[in-house]
Write a protein that binds this ligand. Structure first.
Ligand code: ZN
Length: 173
């Protein structure tokens, strides 16, 4: 794994080590090319995120996205479009995965305060076979994941986002 611009190893944004797999700050190691989580605190909790979504989708209540997921409703709408044909068969027939799901995870992690290592990060896999990665860190990855999970369920951050810069862009009178 290397930073494609500098050819150096990526480092933890919290403590600066290249051994970021062991320093305890890794929130998520995401493979963007194959839309997979490869490591970090999210890896252990990924099942919680997919299960929550699969239950909502299986209940066939896509209108709930607006009230329960707020800002994320648009991304979830795209995800719903992918799984709706399978949803009638129950949660076990739904597989939440792929690029839209990864995009949702990235939004959740960012909003929960995870720090993104400024890439581009790639893993060389021979000619034409490199994969791109994104790395997220925080001082307490468990807390960050819990925060991301809670906001995915309650839409807290959605409410906050509705007025992101309130008052700071005044002067239109
Ligand atoms: Zn660290």
């Amino acid at each position: 794994m290397r930073n494609e611009d500098t050819n150096e190893s990526p480092v933890c944004t919290v403590c600066g080590t290249e051994e970021f797999g062991d320093c305890g700050h890794l929130v998520a190691d995401l493979d963007i090319t194959f839309s997979e989580c490869e490591g970090g605190a999210l890896y252990e909790r990924l099942f919680d995120f997919t299960t929550a979504l699969e239950i909502v989708f299986a209940a066939n209540r896509s209108q709930d996205f607006q009230s329960n997921f707020g800002f994320y409703a648009r991304i979830l709408g795209g995800l719903w479009h992918e799984v709706q044909d399978d949803a009638a068969g129950g949660p076990e027939n739904i597989v939440v995965t792929g690029p839209i799901f990864l995009k949702l995870l990235i939004e959740l992690l960012r909003d929960a305060g995870a720090d993104e290592y400024q890439g581009p990060v790639i893993i060389d896999g021979g000619p034409g076979n490199s994969t791109s990665c994104m790395l997220y860190f925080s001082k307490n990855p468990e807390t960050t994941i819990q925060e991301a999970y809670r906001s995915s369920c309650r839409g807290d951050l959605a409410r906050r986002r509705r007025h992101p810069q309130r008052g700071s862009s005044g002067g239109r009178r």
